[in-house]
Design a protein around this ligand. Structure first.
Ligand SMILES: Cc1ncc(COP(=O)(O)O)c(C=O)c1O
Length: 402
């Protein structure tokens, strides 16, 4: 029997906890259980028709071949125009690379820049993939706990304390998955004042939820508040969330030429160009009608308001009203120490999540996956009816505790 050696860099990471939770919920569904899954982080809307039509047109017109490695000129121009129009940022086409989703932009950036032991500052709660991506690229994730009292946001003092001579990157994700926390221009400015003392620290902004912002308009950008950071900032974004295009796999990174050149080189010997048909669809998403963005935001807002007030009415649970993205990060400290009808004491948020799944069939993801406990994340990217069902079930499960 051949035994397969799995490289150490893979052994040190784990599959995405949200995919694992979704798989478990689906398995229970197949077994005939009635499950309300509030796990997935993708819009439940169809991709807008004009975008789907652009994909079909492109395919039928022969856009089925390799494209330029960093993305078609049309798409990089559409991205440059978008960065100018929405964020007030100027990038040349050779300062932009199109990738297979935002995920691959982040991974490639780490792979292209991290030496073994280089540190990546990851404010927690964080998107589950950041620490593992850093680990897979031989880096060392440095999680900094940002409490609910500080709005789940990194403070300048925490940033100053976390930076060491080994710090290579700081990642900022605003609005954030899982909390929806959104930095103001003033908060960015204060972080930039710390960064001014540490010129070797690179900054990655993950702007994937910038349009899902309940105040309306695009979320503030670090580089608008601190233009001097442009030469060491990589701005990550994509069409997945804003335009309900998760399956198209189109993301991008915009940054200084030297950094983008390194991403181009690594991509040319790994993923290659992104899907030609998807790139054409992304051009339409960025250049065409933006009606879908406002329409979907209104729906998310209604769900957020209904679900947050429902959660806050359940004794033992509470949640801040998120400023953006489509998740609630629910504080379940009030349930810790309580006893289930089976006599088990809930000791961690993992126990709470398991109890919700086993007792009432509600699937959510434990705060531990995001680096802050005791919390759980629930996604509001599903219909009001399903959310109401989920809420009623959670209320029943909590009511059964003693
Ligand atoms: C914060 C954050 N960044 C990046 C991504 C990945 O986006 P994409 O589907 O474009 O790879 C996600 C998806 O869940 C996310 O939540």
């Amino acid at each position: 029997m051949t035994s397969i050696h799995v490289a150490e860099r893979v052994q040190r990471i784990k599959p995405s906890p949200s995919s694992t939770a979704a798989d478990r919920a689906n398995q229970l569904k197949r077994e005939g259980r009635s499950i309300v899954s509030l796990v997935v982080g993708e819009p439940d809307f169809d991709t807008p028709a004009h975008v789907r039509e652009a994909a079909a047109r492109a395919m039928n017109a022969g856009a089925t071949r390799y494209t330029a490695l960093p993305g078609t000129v049309e798409l990089r121009q559409a991205i440059a125009d978008k960065l100018k129009r929405e964020n007030g940022l100027t990038y040349a086409l050779n300062e932009i690379i199109v990738t297979n989703g935002a995920k691959s932009a982040i991974y490639t950036a780490f792979a292209a820049t991290l030496e073994p032991g280089d540190e990546v500052i990851v404010p927690a709660p964080y998107w589950v993939s950041y620490p593992d991506m850093a680990l897979a690229c031989d880096g060392k994730p440095v999680a900094v706990a940002c409490s609910e009292e500080q709005g789940f946001k990194l403070t300048p003092a925490q940033l100053e304390a976390a930076i060491t001579p080994r710090t290579r990157w700081l990642i900022l994700n605003s609005p954030s998955n899982p909390t929806g926390a959104t930095y103001s221009a003033g908060e960015y400015r204060a972080l930039a004042d710390v960064l001014a003392r540490h010129p070797d620290v690179l900054v990655m902004t993950d702007d994937i939820y910038e349009h899902i912002r309940f105040e309306g308009g695009t979320a503030p950008h670090l580089l608008s508040a601190a233009p001097e950071l442009r030469e060491r900032t990589l701005a990550i974004n994509g069409v997945s969330k804003t335009y309900a295009m998760t399956g198209f796999r189109i993301g991008w990174a915009a940054g200084p030429r030297e950094l983008i050149r390194a991403l181009d080189t690594l991509t040319s010997q790994s993923a290659g160009n992104s899907c030609s048909v998807s790139q054409a669809a992304a051009v339409e998403a960025l250049n065409g009608s933006q009606d879908f963005v406002a329409q979907s935001l209104a729906v998310y807002r209604e769900r957020r308001d209904a679900m947050a007030s429902g959660i806050n009415a359940i004794p033992g649970l509470s949640c801040r009203l998120p400023e953006g993205a489509f998740y609630l990060f629910v504080n379940c400290a009030g349930l810790i120490g309580q006893r289930t009808p089976e006599g088990k004491v809930l000791e961690t948020d993992g126990d709470v999540v398991l109890y919700l799944l086993e007792s009432v069939g509600v699937a959510v993801v434990a705060g531990t996956a995001y680096g802050l406990s005791p919390y759980f994340r629930l996604s509001i990217a599903t219909s009001l009816d399903i959310l109401a069902d989920g809420l009623a079930r959670i209320a029943k499960a909590v009511g059964d505790l003693a």
